[in-house]
Design a protein around this ligand. Structure first.
Ligand code: TTP
Ligand code: MG
Length: 242
């Protein structure tokens, strides 16, 4: 597609019902294409809410979210969502082969492409060790996978989908730090020409992101690189202590 992946939140206010609490207030954020952006903040800060607006699961009360200068409301849901891949913490595995699980959104993918995506997601080694390899049937009478294995299958599926925008909302929470770090390395080479959002509570993983944004009390508290934010000694530096 010709989507660049330039994303802008302009004066966004948002909450879940009109009489309820404001989750995001005067929220402003502009992301250049090709960046890996980490979203950090305490639990309940509004990270998942923010990315939900990118897919238009919810719309802002006020302000606007735009993609390449076009208000998301002026795009069809179909064209918007065909350009964004979202991976959540709870990954969904279908009762079919691991190859078909990875190729779920790309049924015409070759085995070679599937393996490439699985390698980037650190899934290739454990899949290869299974007696039936990529033809192993997952769940419902087949092999049951661990939480971390499911997450890596979901990530491989997301890599293969190959959209201009990739959003990862704690997709590696079940993985050890070393595996997570390796996946971040694959993300860096995958990120060329794409915009990637990654939400993680494990700050060691996202320290090499191009931009780290912290959200607190519904607003952007600070943004910058790891080095800058550690030195600022505010929200990020406080979270980084633990
Ligand atoms: P989230 O956006 O879910 O906060 P978060 O993603 O930063 O938190 P976590 O690190 O735990 O994933 O929630 C922000 C606020 O919005 C919080 O007060 C809960 C509320 N909320 C709803 O009311 N309905 C919803 O569907 C969601 C997702 C959140
Ligand atoms: Mg969340």
């Amino acid at each position: 597609t010709d989507v660049q992946g330039h994303i802008k939140f302009k004066d966004v206010s948002f909450g879940y019902n009109n009489n309820g609490l404001v989750v995001l207030e005067n929220f402003n954020l502009e992301i250049d294409p090709g960046q890996i952006v980490a979203i950090v903040g305490p639990t309940g800060a509004g990270k998942t809410s923010m990315i939900s607006m990118l897919l238009r699961f919810y719309d802002p009360w006020q302000g606007e979210v735009s993609l390449d200068g076009v208000n998301l409301k002026d795009l069809t849901l179909e064209s918007l969502r065909s350009n964004i891949t979202l991976v959540l913490q709870d990954s969904f595995i279908f009762p079919m082969s691991l190859a078909d699980n990875i190729a779920f959104a790309n049924p015409n993918a070759s085995r070679e492409e599937i393996i490439k995506a699985a390698k980037a997601a650190q899934a290739h080694d454990f899949i290869s060790r299974l007696p039936e390899g990529y033809d192993t049937i997952a769940s419902e009478g087949g092999v049951s996978l661990s939480g971390g294995e499911k997450q890596r299958i979901s990530l491989a599926r997301a890599f293969l989908r190959n959209t201009s925008i990739l959003i990862l909302d704690e997709p590696t929470s079940a993985l050890d730090a070393q595996t997570e770090a390796r996946i971040f390395q694959s993300l860096s080479s995958y990120s060329k020409g794409r915009t990637i959002f990654i939400i993680s509570h494990r700050l060691s993983t996202i320290r090499h992101a191009d931009l780290i944004v912290t959200i607190k009390d519904g607003m952007i508290a600070e943004k910058g690189t790891h080095e800058v934010l550690v030195n600022e000694g505010k929200v990020y530096a406080e979270l980084y202590k633990y």
